[in-house]
Design a protein around this ligand. Structure first.
Ligand code: CO
Ligand code: CO
Length: 378
């Protein structure tokens, strides 16, 4: 039966199912996460894999393509004749939660995040859908409803899309935005002496991996996973709009969002593109509640493990394994990481915290080998 796609998470045992009342009479359907081989952005091909694949592909230059495929930025930026720029990005993945509307909300918040990460305003989106024909279409409808709630909150239109039937459910969006050319924030604009601000806690990869491997949560659950899950969903469905506005107001000169390559991977890319090194104070990095317990219990996404292995190459000193995995954990719909003057960073964090963000100053950019990252822990 089609639901048994290959499962790369080795220790998932029982074919869990939950009931849903989405199509009239209650019917049993598999848990959405049981149809997914990976968890959210943790399914991403790794930096190494991408580098190898793209080595044989040419990306012609165009003076109007201000940000293209070669710099590892969050979105492509194309200059319009009127001096503004178009910003285009796409993201899609398999289910990382069991509730379809929540999946849709997370996927949309994650897709539009790359527009915010460039300092741009989202205008419209196209849905991307892959759906198994033996999974009720009413479930897909809920995914789309969740996504349109996020689009409405963010103020962009869903203008169409494309759908195919596929073995695994897939959902995401292409999001198009625009900006003034001089307001665009890329990976490449950071300078030594700037502070680093992170606007959301990390750990979503660990939480969604635990969710997938454990029995389904029930409404009266109050264990580690239930606590972590509630916090992770709140974080993953939060728009990075206020974070981007705050970054621009703080005079940030570089920004990215923290997704599949984890905090360390995205910081490494930002530092590399800017020709600077970075220092992170591990103790200041916000972490979702109970994530350290879940990590200690062995819930590590494959993508985070790969990120952590790659991080060993650009980390300045030995970082203890657990700490390295946490800092490299593949995020879905993670926060913005931006660089600005230290005093502006302090104000930005205060403003973000006041509006409910678990934001913090997590380190600084320094002179040194481009892309090197030093993690200190106290
Ligand atoms: Co991004
Ligand atoms: Co992305």
């Amino acid at each position: 039966m089609i639901y048994h796609g290959e499962d790369m998470m080795a220790d998932r045992t029982t074919p869990n199912s939950t009931s849903t009342e989405t199509s009239g009479p209650t019917q049993t359907m598999p848990r959405l996460t049981s149809l997914s081989h990976g968890a959210g952005c943790a399914c991403k091909l790794s930096l190494d894999e991408l580098t190898e694949i793209l080595a044989g592909v040419s990306f012609p230059d165009d003076p109007d393509l201000l940000v293209g495929a070669t710099t590892g930025d969050d979105a492509a930026v194309y200059r319009q004749p009127d001096g503004r720029v178009l910003v285009a990005t796409t993201d899609f993945f398999t289910p990382l939660v069991d509730d379809p509307a929540t999946w849709g909300r997370i996927a949309a918040a994650n897709a539009v995040s790359d527009v915010y990460a460039m300092g741009a305003t989202p205008r419209f989106a196209l849905n991307l859908v892959g759906w198994p024909r033996d999974l009720p279409f009413s479930v897909l409808e809920q995914v789309l409803v969740g996504a349109s709630e996020i689009a409405a909150e963010a103020g962009y239109l869903v203008a169409g899309g494309h759908s195919i039937d596929s073995v695994e459910p897939l959902f995401g969006q292409v999001v198009i935005g625009d900006a003034r050319e001089d307001a665009v924030l890329t990976n490449a604009g950071a300078a030594p002496g700037q502070a680093l601000v992170l606007t959301k806690p990390i750990g979503t990869g660990i939480v969604t991996t635990a969710l997938k491997r454990c029995e389904p949560l029930t409404p009266d659950d109050d264990g580690d996973l239930a606590t972590a899950y509630a916090a992770a969903v709140a974080s993953m469905t939060r728009l990075n709009r206020d974070a981007a506005e705050t970054a621009l107001a703080a005079g940030a000169t570089a920004a990215t969002d923290v997704t599949g390559f984890g905090l360390l991977g995205h910081l490494h890319r930002l530092a590399s593109a800017s020709g600077v090194a970075a220092r992170v104070d591990a103790a200041t990095v916000p972490v979702l509640p109970r994530v350290r317990d879940l990590l200690a219990a062995g819930y590590v996404p494959g993508g985070s493990q790969r990120n952590a292995e790659q991080a060993a190459r650009y980390l300045d000193a030995e970082v203890e394994d657990t700490e390295r995995i946490l800092l490299a954990d593949a995020q879905t719909s993670g926060g913005l990481l931006f660089a600005c003057a230290p005093d502006a960073a302090e104000e930005a964090v205060a403003r973000l915290v006041a509006s409910g963000h678990d934001a913090a100053m997590i380190g600084e950019l320094v002179d040194g080998d481009a892309g090197r990252v030093q993690v200190t822990s106290r």
